[in-house]
Write a protein that binds this ligand. Structure first.
Ligand SMILES: Nc1ncnc2c1ncn2[C@@H]1O[C@H](COP(=O)(O)OP(=O)(O)OP(=O)(O)O)[C@@H](O)[C@H]1O
Ligand SMILES: [Mg+2]
Length: 356
């Protein structure tokens, strides 16, 4: 799939801006604080219905307006489709191909994206929650039932934590929540296990290319629940209730899962060099792209925010070669890496305007 047209109305520092994109490399070039990442963000919002960097939807509205709109025109299986998002201070309306989206779970996965920004390094360097986010973002785009299972699980977890904070804990109520949660845990753990295997297969090939066979990447899925039946999961949760009562919080569940990333058998977070971490991340992100593409039979849109400055020349050359036949939206403050690329459109950004 690829985005054909993007129209922004009062989105972040844009007032009214319309632009056409090519099914190739779209390079947004400009100084700091001009509106490059805002373009990436608007496409992300079109895909997920919310931003990855705003606490509230209202932050997306231009300071001089009381609403914003993102209109996206895209080709999917050669069919032209439209997506519109309207946000004001009291509501958000998403329309896909003229039909109002009632539940976000009905919509996620329609516009496939892979986002790669300097913050993505947290997948390798940061807390387990960043790795869970990475895995969940792929799974949510692939499976509506996974998205619903994780939403329902989080609802139960919230209720359970609220109960555990109380003076007098209703154990029967917690047991009922544990019962519900064990169903979701089974589904989530199985899906996470499968996706890790698929990602790893792709990532190992890419890492091998990137390092001329010197480095082998591994992802080890850490969870308490691998291979357990629903009943075993429930027993395990119930058995830990007494500790949870003491701590006044849930201590067991898939919110504790982690995905340990290793290079040549060593945890990259602890022992990897800066370069190894970046290479591992590049392998993981391109593997993410490959898995989505294969599973959905659809080419995702690549959003690459300011990452060229993070990579060495060899990695940049590899990446550009890799993406040359797909659509990518790349932001950068300088374009010296652009050489011998056929399908490229350069769009200069200055103070919330594009010089087209
Ligand atoms: N709601 C808003 N209304 C108006 N302007 C906003 C709003 N939100 C953010 N901005 C402004 O948008 C500007 C551009 O932000 P953006 O993150 O796109 O910059 P950038 O071009 O990616 O810069 P950098 O190279 O530093 O990453 C910022 O100066 C910011 O203050
Ligand atoms: Mg930026």
């Amino acid at each position: 799939m690829y985005v054909n047209k993007l129209k922004l109305n009062y989105f972040r520092n844009y007032e009214e801006q319309e632009l056409e994109l090519i099914n190739g490399i779209n390079l947004f070039l400009g100084n700091n604080a001009q509106g490059k990442t805002n373009i990436i963000e608007s496409i992300y919002v079109s895909s997920f219905g919310k931003s990855y960097r705003a606490q509230k939807d209202s932050e997306l509205i231009n300071f001089h307006s009381d609403f914003c709109r993102i209109d996206l025109e895209y080709y999917k299986n050669s069919i032209l489709k439209k997506n519109e998002i309207y946000i004001d201070h009291s509501k958000k309306i998403i329309q896909n191909d003229g039909i109002k989206v009632k539940k976000i779970s009905d919509f996620i996965g329609e516009i496939l994206i892979v986002i790669f920004s300097p913050d993505s390094l947290d997948i390798v360097k940061g807390s387990p929650s960043k790795r869970r986010e990475f895995i969940d973002m792929i799974l949510c785009q692939l499976s509506k039932s996974y998205l619903i299972a994780s939403q329902e699980y989080m609802k139960c977890l919230k209720l359970k934590n609220a109960m555990l904070k109380k003076e007098k804990i209703d154990r029967e109520y917690v047991h009922i929540l544990n019962e519900k949660m064990s169903v979701y845990i089974k589904k989530i753990v199985e899906s996470r296990k499968i996706i890790v295997e698929k990602l790893l297969n792709k990532a190992q090939i890419i890492e091998n290319h990137l390092t001329n066979g010197k480095e082998k990447i591994d992802i080890l899925y850490h969870t308490d629940f691998l291979g357990m039946t629903e009943q075993e999961i429930l027993n395990y949760l119930d058995e830990h209730l007494y500790i949870e009562e003491m701590r006044k919080a849930s201590i067991k569940g898939i919110q504790r899962d982690d995905f340990i990333i290793c290079i040549n058998g060593l945890e990259v977070n602890k022992f990897g060099s800066q370069g190894q971490k970046r290479t591992a991340l590049l392998s993981l992100k391109l593997a993410n792209f490959e898995v989505l593409k294969e599973e959905k039979n659809e080419i995702p849109i690549l959003l690459l925010d300011d990452i060229m400055s993070e990579l060495d020349n060899e990695r940049i050359a590899f990446l550009l070669k890799y993406i040359e036949n797909y659509q990518s939206i790349i932001t950068t403050t300088e374009a010296s890496f652009v050489k011998d690329i056929e399908r490229i459109k350069i769009l200069k950004v200055s103070n919330g305007r594009l010089e087209i």
